[in-house]
Design a protein around this ligand. Structure first.
Ligand code: HEC
Ligand code: HEC
Length: 403
């Protein structure tokens, strides 16, 4: 193990030869990264990334960039009367002040019992490939329909949703604007899908702002050593482990700090004796069976988006795999992991540091090994992870944009 002292000594390395080939003078800099490390860091940006798939911010959702649809979706997202109980909305489990997560280990259902899954942040959902910890949905709108109709979440029905839309002037007026149709003349299922699509448009508009990490990364790209030096040495050392011996960036890649796929990190998938959460394995089966996936008649997905769903098939290794979460805004989304079993970032770092290899699948990921980090290295890693969040001022940090 390299001691952090060695790192500090080895590092006063300037970005003398920056990647862009410009010479940068950095005699007194507190930059601790080598040129090859800088190259790896640059791959985690720029932020926000450019959408690659097609013209929709939500796959298969033809209204996803309409500003009226986003306004309608925002109203519906906070509407407790879409639930017959009249006291649950999407925002019950996705709070704007908590990066649209809910701060509890496992969200509670209407029956008061835990749902066994942790509510994820909805920020930057437009850049995800799959939705839910098991990827059982391939678009934001399909994922939104699920809690509406799930008896344990909002407990609604397509008829109930249609009635709410038809009977509420402030909703139906926008609905007619967006969909150019009278909801009363459509099937309840179509109205419900359209409600979910408007919610999808709103959720897809939630993009988080620049973070201290982004400022650092962009300064490195410009070769601006003075600006880069504003980033704490501790965070830099954490970053160094993240892209180096920690192998974290093998799965937490790119601007989202996620490869958009699924993995096994040795978090238990037993819910209680005799009951397991099969994760991705079941997610793929649900996705393929869904009447609301990107291959369905309700989807306007182009060939590229349809392909991701038509090609996916469950494999044995998918059992107990969960989505590699984005680490953006991770400081605001405790507790962690699919089941909320780790309360703090310190606990997550300790989990990776003391990893129990026996808990990884035999045919699972070969990437992870116990890191045995020293206490100061763990503190550095936590410091780094904290720089991935937009400074907490939900209103300001949050940009809502159609594109
Ligand atoms: C009772 C709590 C609860 C309610 C209400 C709820 N959600 Fe969720 N949400 C969750 C949980 C838990 C997950 C993770 C689900 C999983 O892994 O299958 C989730 C996942 C999601 C995701 C996937 C995010 C990702 O990146 O994987 C989206 C999008 C989402 N919810 C949107 C909504 C919308 C829109 C509504 C309102 C119609 C809503 N949710 C209502 C708890 C809730
Ligand atoms: C093999 C791929 C892989 C590697 C390597 C990896 N992770 Fe993860 N990470 C995941 C997956 C998958 C999850 C979700 C696991 C679950 O919920 O059961 C996760 C979850 C997390 C979370 C919790 C985020 C949240 O919102 O709940 C953090 C923080 C995190 N990882 C940081 C790291 C760090 C730091 C490293 C390096 C020491 C690392 N990861 C290495 C795949 C990986």
């Amino acid at each position: 193990m390299i001691s952090s002292l060695t790192i500090i000594r080895a590092v006063k390395i300037c970005l003398g030869v920056s990647l862009l080939g410009q010479a940068v003078a950095a005699p007194n800099s507190t930059l601790v990264l080598s040129a090859p490390e800088v190259k790896k860091v640059l791959r985690h940006g720029p932020w926000p990334p450019v959408l690659t798939s097609d013209k929709f911010t939500d796959a298969g959702n033809e209204i996803s960039t309409s500003s009226v649809a986003i306004a309608l979706g925002r109203q519906l997202f906070f509407d407790k009367k879409l639930s017959p109980t009249q006291n649950v909305s999407c925002a019950t489990c996705h709070l704007p002040g908590k990066a649209f997560s809910d701060g509890v280990a496992q969200s509670k259902g209407l029956d008061g019992l835990p749902l066994f899954r942790n509510s994820p942040s909805l920020l930057n959902a437009r850049y995800e490939r799959w939705y839910g910890w098991d990827g059982a949905a391939d678009s934001i709108w399909a994922q939104s329909l699920r809690p509406l109709l799930d008896p344990r979440e909002m407990g609604s029905s397509v008829d109930f949703i249609k009635n709410r839309v038809v009977a509420t002037v402030s909703i139906s007026r926008k609905y007619i604007d967006v969909f150019a149709a009278q909801p009363s003349s459509q099937t309840a299922e179509l109205v419900s899908v359209n409600v979910a699509k408007a919610m999808g448009a709103f959720v897809a508009s939630l993009v988080s702002g620049n973070t201290p990490f982004d400022d650092f990364r962009n300064a490195l790209e410009r070769g601006d050593t003075a600006a880069a030096s504003m980033y704490s040495v501790s965070a830099q050392r954490g970053l160094q482990i993240f892209i180096g011996k920690g192998e974290c960036s093998t799965c937490h890649v790119g601007p989202m700090f996620s490869n958009g796929e699924f993995g096994d990190t040795g978090v238990g998938f037993f819910i209680k004796p005799g009951l397991v959460d099969p994760g991705r394995h079941q997610g793929i089966q649900e996705l393929r069976a869904s009447r609301f996936n990107l291959l369905s008649n309700y989807s306007s997905a182009g060939p590229l988006d349809r392909q991701k769903t038509s090609l996916v098939t469950p494999q044995h290794r998918n059992f107990g795999e969960f989505k590699v979460p984005s680490l953006r805004n991770v400081a605001q989304t405790a507790p962690y992991m699919h089941n909320g079993s780790l309360a703090t970032l310190e606990a997550v770092v300790a989990h990776y540091s003391n990893l129990n290899l026996d808990r990884l699948h035999a045919d699972g990921d070969q990437i992870l090994k116990p890191l045995n980090l020293a206490p100061n290295e763990m503190a550095d890693m936590v410091m780094f992870l904290q720089t991935l969040s937009t400074p907490v001022k939900p209103k300001k940090g949050l940009q809502t944009s159609a594109r």
